[in-house]
Design a protein around this ligand. Structure first.
Ligand code: C5P
Length: 398
């Protein structure tokens, strides 16, 4: 299932009449950048905030406003929705949500919303008092119950100068929600546990031994598993990455903390992916006070940390989770991955050379299983994540 769910798909973008409409141009551009074809429909109020010319310039297609457009000979709302794989309403005003909830169809936007089939994603934007009004609450609940995906609003500065709930989520997140709505939910009902990032092994109250792992690979696996419908627990060592929405994140510091969190979550899991760069050693003692500088050498004795993956592998049982490990090597990639597969008792080892995968957004990996060695081309970490999840999905289907 590699590739962007938006690539080659048709999105109908409905722009309501709110000040957040200025950001809808960025939504259109991001949809376009990710490979979707975009038709734009503005409500008459939307047109007061942003013009169709902006969307035409971005999407290469005329933006539509008028249900009675004399230049179009047929039924415009039927033609526009017949091609759409998804309808995205951004911004969704209180009025537009109310008209959607009650099935009104007195302009091009609302007739399209009635005629559309397939997923509908709405990004509300309004003043907090309007968002919290019982009528809006009831309308949103009704739309949610019908399967409409509601993304946001969030708390932040508002056009009125106040701050509160009602701000439209940022364009990138709206487009992510659209992509998710188009992604087949082949992992629905699965519990997936992913570890990510490095670990910090304390030397004293302020110092630690750590490594350069960014956490990107593990976070990408957690995010793609979530997108594909899994119930995801992400056990994250220290990482600068933002907390992904819709994922249960447990933040840990040391290898031993990570072990406890992974073990606690793994019991109910069908898949455990150890993408974390777990420190193999930790200082044998943690100084209670900050270690003072002196003229002597400082010697830190290190002891071995628990090997979480090996522990999971050793306690495998019928019906237990599929176990996936990573092998970051500087040479003899496949041999070392094969050895790890056996020694740690896992089902799949994702092997990569340190030079290929550290930090950046891309990775070049080889999938090593007991029966096959599959080198993959260089690709984004999200695509690598999909390959790993595809492997799990195909085994589950057997
Ligand atoms: O032995 P090595 O550290 O190369 O093994 C890497 C794999 O084992 C990774 O999947 C890593 O998350 C896991 N691991 C672990 N506990 C450790 C060390 C590594 O689970 N203490």
């Amino acid at each position: 299932m590699s590739g962007d769910a938006l690539a080659g798909r048709e999105v109908l973008l409905v722009v309501g009449g709110g000040i957040a409409a200025f950001k809808s141009a960025l939504v259109a551009r991001e949809l376009q950048r990710r490979g979707a074809g975009v038709e734009t429909v503005l409500t008459p109020a939307g047109q007061r905030f942003i013009t169709g010319v902006t969307f035409a310039g971005i999407t290469g297609r005329a933006a539509r406003v008028d249900l009675w457009d004399p230049s179009y000979p047929g039924e415009l709302h039927i033609a526009l929705t017949g091609r759409a794989d998804l309808v995205l309403v951004a911004p969704a005003t209180a009025d537009l949500l109310a008209r959607m909830a009650h099935g009104l169809g007195d302009d091009l936007a609302t007739t399209c919303l009635l005629a559309a089939r397939g997923p509908v994603v709405v990004a509300p934007a309004m003043h907090p008092r309007m968002w919290e009004h019982p009528a809006t609450r009831a309308n949103v609940a009704l739309l949610r119950a019908r399967g409409v995906v509601v993304v946001g609003p969030v708390v932040g500065p508002l056009a009125s100068g106040e701050s509160g709930i009602g701000r439209m989520v940022e364009p990138g997140e709206i487009v992510d929600a659209a992509a998710r709505a188009l992604t087949p939910q082949d992992l629905a009902g699965c519990r997936v546990v992913v570890s990510a990032g490095g670990t910090h092994e304390a030397i004293d109250p302020v110092r630690f031994v750590g490594n350069r792992s960014s956490g990107r690979m593990g976070y990408a696996i957690a995010i793609r598993a979530r997108d594909r419908g899994a119930d995801v627990v992400l056990v994250s060592g220290p990482s600068a990455l933002p907390t992904p929405e819709g994922v249960t994140v447990e933040r840990v510091r040391s290898a031993r903390d990570m072990r406890d969190a992974v073990m606690a979550a793994a019991g109910a899991a069908q898949l455990v992916v150890m993408a974390a760069a777990v420190a193999d050693y930790r200082p044998s003692e943690v100084a209670a006070e900050k270690i003072k500088k002196s003229d002597d050498e400082l010697v830190i004795r290190m002891v071995k940390n628990p090997d979480i993956l090996a522990e999971l592998g050793a306690s495998r049982h019928e019906g237990g989770p599929m176990l996936v490990g990573f092998a970051l090597e500087t040479s003899d990639l496949v041999e070392r991955a094969r050895e790890k597969l056996v020694r740690k008792g896992c089902d799949l080892v994702v092997a990569n050379l340190a030079a290929d995968g550290f930090d950046g957004d891309d990775n070049r990996v080889t999938l090593v299983t007991p029966g096959a060695v599959t080198p993959l081309a260089p690709m984004s970490k999200a695509s690598v994540a999909d390959h790993i999840l595809d492997h799990f999905a195909s085994h589950r289907a057997r």
